[in-house]
Design a protein around this ligand. Sequence first.
Ligand code: DOR
Ligand code: ZN
Length: 346
Amino acid sequence: MQRLSLTRPDDWHLHLRDGAVLHDAVPHSARQFARAAIMPNLQPPVTTVADALGYRARILAALPAGLAFEPLMVLYLTDGTAVEEIRRAAEEPRVLGWKLYPAGATTHSAAGVRDLARLYPVLAAMERHGVPLLVHGEVADPGVDIFDREKVFVDRHLSPMVAHFPELRIVLEHVTTREGVQFVWDSGPRIAATLTAHHLLYNRNALLAGGVRPHFYCLPVLKREHHRQALLEAATSGNPKFFLGTDSAPHPRRQKESAVGCAGCYTAPAALELYAAAFEAAGALDRLEAFASFHGADFYGLPRNRERIVMERRPWSVPERLPFGDQEAIPLLAGQTLEWRCAGMA
Ligand code: DOR
Ligand code: ZN
């Protein structure tokens, strides 16, 4: 196959950051995706509908002329989130849902939730109002090995939560383990998961074998090969509970290539191309469209996109570096060749 035409996809998990870097980050996503779920872990985090609409306006101001791109805002849950704010968010179509960051689990999660039990009245309000919950599914417990943090979160927190709130729609974001995939698979239709391209393509050797490669460091961290195989099976299965969410998370180069490097892979500059590589390697390019363009919209009860996007087999090199405000950011696979290339809208 040399050419692929698919319904324009959506990115159901994206970090765009804020300020001057928006002009560098937004165009990459907007060239490929019609809509994106915009993560709220700014500093300070996006905790109210008013904050989210302000942030959305700044994103749209950074959108190049002629590109249609709809940011769907995700709000940040804290120990202080008010039930009244949940109701307000439910009435705002530009807000997609709320994100649960266990405090300390990842980048800019310090203001996240410390005590999940105390969040239950807020989750009850979300269930009542039909607002989805997006979950960073890792415990922050320093006593738990970093490679086990997703599995422990699923057992300790997600499983009881799903049982307690039978109507709450939950997305296990960037699922990385066989156990996480199995949990989603075994749960009802209101439990879904996003999958990143980097977790579909790489296991932890990419990060650690032959030298530490900081641009492969993200959270949840890359896992063993048998976990990657489970993710790939889920993504290519056609099961509508699994859909595309890049978790593209740019950081200035200096903060990645550092003694204490930040978590986050900058995949937006080649997002769809990376997914195409993963699906092609699994012999499942024909399943890419549903995963990238249908399942997420269907889960969120939004219309599927109508435009189409064309991909061609035309090897190209990922840029070595990209501007990022007054600094630079290094995209995943910088300088390496990818087979597929987005050729634009059909
Ligand atoms: O690798 C990650 N980077 N994981 C996250 O959960 C957050 C993200 C970021 O914001 O940099
Ligand atoms: Zn993320």
